[in-house]
Design a protein around this ligand. Structure first.
Ligand code: ADP
Ligand code: MG
Length: 612
């Protein structure tokens, strides 16, 4: 029990404070560990490149010194004297390029592999979460953790290693050479640079805020387009194209004006920083020039100083940009890792499997109470007791919203009851292997069959991965689907389109039945399986269902009472309780709620409000 509660806590707690979750360094270390060797090499190459970068200004200064000598004296050959220095510089450029190439290749290798591992781990952990978890989260939000957040984390990681390391080394190295060249000029630089950086950082943070707003606005616009394109049938059916155009247009306009504002801000920032940098160069030349005039500094050293100080400034600007990136990367990483450590309360597998020859399929709900985890105050089932005898058909009827689908969900163990127990052949479902229960014992057919965008063959085989072609054909025949599948030019290889969009409702439902039958389930749940169909499709589907029900424990959930007359036992539920039970004749004779429902439906008027 303690374990259960301990696991429950993060689920309940994660809802309000998603954004505040801390970055999980331990988990990050696990992803990084396999790449440590490569990372060490990359870091060494990056350090090497930075050190070479520090050398270059000094050599450039020496070259300028030679140039200056020739402007004064005009003796000897400039080319011979400068050749070795030039060659050395060229070699250094080459080494610098090679090192840069090397560490960038290695870093992208590490980054991409870590991103792949992270996506894999996150996806598999997401798939393991409780159904209750998905009730509370938006799919789009989960998908964006897999895509955007991993992407953001990866690029921050790469930037920190490449840019961060290089910038820090360059700042340190160049400051050393600067102070060796001229301590006085360096002191001047040390006063001016932080002041400018402070102003720059302020402006930069305003720009970052603007950029975040910009991104949010783009996401809003994308959301509108996504909704309209994803539900294009509904949009078309209501002739809402124009309204959707306007809605998208308005969001686009908003995001354009935001982006323009950002563009102006960036332009201002760039313009101002250009002025600042140029003034710094001018100032250095001025002060340095007076030092040169006073014989305290050579012209070449001044040149070296200029180039090195430019490197320092560029590096420090890089570091300030990097800081923002680190903050964003850490929060993206925290979002990725948050769902990686979350463990579901109902595991996917593990527990007892009843051997096939001992499996009868007797199901009992013993005084079950239940409320959905995302709505704890609202009790859906109250002291609910129901028995499904093996091989018999039991119908569950009652008003919409009365909790019928909830009963089916508890049987599939999508949720666990808050009190009481559900048993299969006398064993509590909580002691049985959930994967075995869902994969081999229970066949579930719902009102809205969901198909995957692949072939008919693959869709049916979804019920049992190793099913042979023969098994698929048999299941399709049982489900009354074989004929229509054969009539398609591509037969079983027909692609059904996204969510089965290219099939009629009745055809989709028959494929869903075939998919459930291919695993030869002992227990069959039919949750309003025919209520979305027209009467002709209903007849064909009902025929398939009647055939599939023979010899199985069946729970038929139905709103339309015409479909439950064949049941051995009818249970009427209202407000989460069983209020009547018996055969069709018994219940009619009793003249209670069922008789009233039958009378109303015969007259074709809406179902009555049931008394509490
Ligand atoms: P029925 O199938 O009889 O129409 P349901 O079992 O679907 O009824 O729903 C019973 C009650 O539980 C309804 O009030 C519904 O709003 C609520 N409910 C259903 N599914 C969820 C869910 N995933 N989270 C929270 N409440 C739910
Ligand atoms: Mg329902």
């Amino acid at each position: 029990v303690a374990l259960c509660e301990a696991e429950e806590a993060p689920l309940a707690g994660s809802k309000p404070c998603v954004e505040n979750s801390r970055f999980n360094w331990k988990l990050f270390w696990q992803f990084l560990r396999p790449h440590l060797l490569v990372l060490a090499v990359a870091i060494m190459l990056a350090l090497g490149a930075a050190l070479v970068n520090v050398q270059i200004p000094l050599l450039l200064g020496q070259l300028v010194e030679i140039v200056a000598k020739y402007t004064r004296d005009h003796v000897g050959s400039f080319l011979t004297e400068s050749r070795s220095l030039g060659t050395y510089l060229l070699i250094l450029y080459g080494i610098q390029g090679l090192l840069t190439f090397g560490y960038l290749v290695l870093l992208s290798r590490i980054g991409e592999r870590m991103a792949e591992d992270m996506r894999r781990a996150l996806f598999s952990n997401l798939l393991r979460q409780d159904i209750a978890f998905f009730d509370a989260k938006k799919t789009g939000q989960l998908v964006s953790r897999l895509t955007t957040d991993v992407q953001e984390f990866k690029s921050s990681f790469k930037l920190v290693i490449s840019q961060g390391l290089r910038s820090c080394t360059q700042v340190a190295g160049c400051l050393v050479s600067l102070s060796m060249l001229s301590p006085r000029l360096t002191l001047l630089l040390l006063v001016a640079t932080p002041t400018l950086m402070g102003v720059g950082t302020l402006l930069g943070s305003a720009l970052r805020r603007l950029s975040r707003q910009c991104q949010e606005q783009i996401a809003r616009a994308t959301g509108v387009a996504d909704e309209a394109l994803g539900n294009v049938r509904t949009v078309r059916a209501f002739a809402m194209e124009h309204r959707e155009e306007e809605r998208y247009g308005a969001e686009l306009e908003e995001s354009r004006s935001k982006a323009e504002e950002l563009g102006r801000g960036i332009a201002l920032f760039q313009g101002l920083s250009n002025i600042a940098f140029n003034c710094m160069v001018l100032g250095t030349l001025f002060v340095g020039g007076s030092l040169v005039a006073g014989q305290e500094l050579t012209g070449g050293d001044l040149m070296s100083f200029l180039v090195a100080s430019q490197t320092v400034q560029r590096s420090m600007a890089n570091l300030s940009v990097l800081f923002g990136q680190v903050v964003r990367g850490l929060s993206a990483g925290a979002r990725v890792f948050e769902y990686m450590t979350l463990s579901p309360r109902i595991p996917l597998a593990g527990g007892y499997c009843i051997p096939r020859e001992h499996l009868h399929g007797a199901i009992t709900f013993h005084n079950v109470c239940f409320s959905y985890p995302c709505r704890p105050g609202f009790q859906v089932l109250k002291d609910f007791t129901l028995t499904l005898p093996p091989g018999k058909i039991v119908a569950l009827v009652g008003q919409s919203g009365g909790g019928k689908t909830t009963v089916a969900s508890l049987l599939e163990r999508f949720y666990d009851p808050t009190a009481g127990a559900v048993t299969l052949d006398g064993r509590d479902l909580r002691t049985l292997d959930p994967s075995w229960l869902r994969g081999q014992v229970i066949g579930f057919i719902s009102q809205e069959p969901v198909l995957f965008g692949t072939t008919i063959m693959e869709n049916i085989r979804f019920g049992k991965l190793g099913a042979s072609d023969e098994e698929v054909y048999t299941a399709a025949q049982e489900a009354n689907a074989h004929e229509f599948i054969r009539s398609f030019p591509e037969g079983y290889n027909t692609i059904v389109g996204e969510r089965g969009a290219t099939l009629s409702g009745g055809q989709k439902q028959r494929l869903a039945i075939a998919r459930a039958l291919v695993k030869q389930p002992t227990v069959l749940i039919l949750d309003e399986a025919t209520s979305a169909l027209d009467s002709e499709s209903e007849r064909v589907v009902q025929e398939a269902l009647d055939r599939a029900s023979a010899g199985r424990t069946v729970l038929v959930i139905a709103h339309r009472l015409s479909t439950v007359r064949g049941a051995h036992h009818i249970v009427v539920m209202a407000h989460g309780r069983v209020c009547e039970a018996g055969t069709h004749e018994e219940l009619l004779k009793k003249g209670g709620l069922y008789a009233e429902l039958i009378r109303r439906q015969a007259l074709d008027v809406p179902a009555p409000e049931m008394p509490r």
